[in-house]
Write a protein that binds this ligand. Sequence first.
Ligand code: ADP
Ligand code: MG
Length: 238
Amino acid sequence: MAEIVLTNVSKSYGAVPVIDDVSLAIRSGELVVFLGPSGSGKSTLLRMIAGLETIDSGTLTIGGTRCESLPPGQRGVAMVFQNYALYPHMTVRENLAFGLRNVGMASDEIARRVGEAARILEIGQLLDRRPAQLSGGQRQRVAIGRAIVKEPRAFLFDEPLSNLDAALRVRTRVELAELHQRIRSTMIYVTHDQTEAMTLADRIVVLNDRRIEQIGTPMEVYSRPASRFVAGFVGSPA
Ligand code: ADP
Ligand code: MG
């Protein structure tokens, strides 16, 4: 079943078009990577799904609900931000609970969700620490935990590894793949890195110059590129 459906979506910043007539259906449980060069429109597309940018024309449906006019908090998706910003003065437990307390959730439900996120991410032993007492990798898990506690229909990642050193990048990529295997949630992952796309994606959406060039499995995109651009960017030599 399609979880996130974009139909004929377009957007301009002022007079400059940045997304041009994009249609796309993301299946429930699928990990889809938006792959394309810098400036191709990946972040804009993701932020429109999240509700952080408006859609000029076209429709967006998430879990069967039309969402173009819904605020971010009512779309059932959770964005995991690039900088993984945690509140330094709060413990891990408080960092995880903060967004839920803010919307007035009952404290026993908050405790249940924090416990569940800690179990999924194996950070139960870190709950009383502060961010300064965590390693980089542990901080990232907590940041992902802040999305997990929202129990979203879909997780949205925008270049989450781009600020990390090479070793941590590889390790975090593997952890994300394992997380997806474990919880089988719908995920959209934005990157300009072909290796990340090839190793993580169920399907890759190749973006270039405001439009989708090709949608396919890593194997399809690699071995049967639909255009010269895709061939040059990810595929085998044409
Ligand atoms: P990507 O994430 O693939 O690098 P973006 O979605 O960030 O691409 O940007 C797509 C295009 O839109 C780029 O040309 C960028 O300069 C432009 N753009 C992005 N955000 C804004 C903005 N807030 N105002 C004006 N132009 C923007
Ligand atoms: Mg971007």
